[in-house]
Design a protein around this ligand. Sequence first.
Ligand code: UDP
Length: 233
Amino acid sequence: MDNIKRVILKLSGEALAKKEGGYNDELIENIANQVKTIVDKGTDVGVVIGGGNYWRGRSNDNIDRTKADQIGMLATIMNCIYVSEIFRSQGLKTNILTPFECGSMTKLFSKDRANKYFEKGMVVFFAGGTGHPYFSTDTGIVLRAIELDADAILLAKAIDGIYDSDPKINPEAKKYDTISINEVVEKKLGVIDMTASVMCMENKMPLMVFGLEEENSIVNALSGKFNGTVVTV
Ligand code: UDP
């Protein structure tokens, strides 16, 4: 796909973590090397990482939703700091931007700053989601992709594409090669959350959904070998 010049890649925090705790360094190094292949070919790559390995914002009698979500946003920053360092160890240049000040740990997001880093060939991590509670990193990635005129969002998932029903439950489940964002919204397919899906629809932001476990899947997403689902707009 030669027309793709800028992508934002979404990684789930849980996918990067080991079941027994800590990070799966081997997997993260593999991701870094795939991203390096894409960056070396001249594509700008932004990265958004979820926080589910540490925390999912949820309220209970003792903790209010806004505070729980703040912890969730901080969890995404910890993930970005770790993964950014692994990327650096693999020879990539990186920077981390957050929508709120984190002292010297990250830099404050602005469109101009992100574009400046992309021009320098850096991978830009967008940590801290939208900076607001009641949102998710799904909405965070769509927001950044739209603001930064990305050509597509790459969603690396535990599953290798979008199915008409859950393949773990229904062995007859059919995988889509392509599906329109309108259909994703109408059928509530839950590829990304509803707020994020509607933002993609209204702003014509396509998605490419594929399995993170599949060998070379990030590189293949930008080549003719793509095996996942394209969400068209
Ligand atoms: N979060 C938030 N605002 C954002 C992005 C994330 O409040 O803009 C919080 C929220 O609590 C969420 C957590 O950070 O549960 C981790 O983000 P992620 O998108 O991974 O959430 P998940 O979908 O795993 O619950």
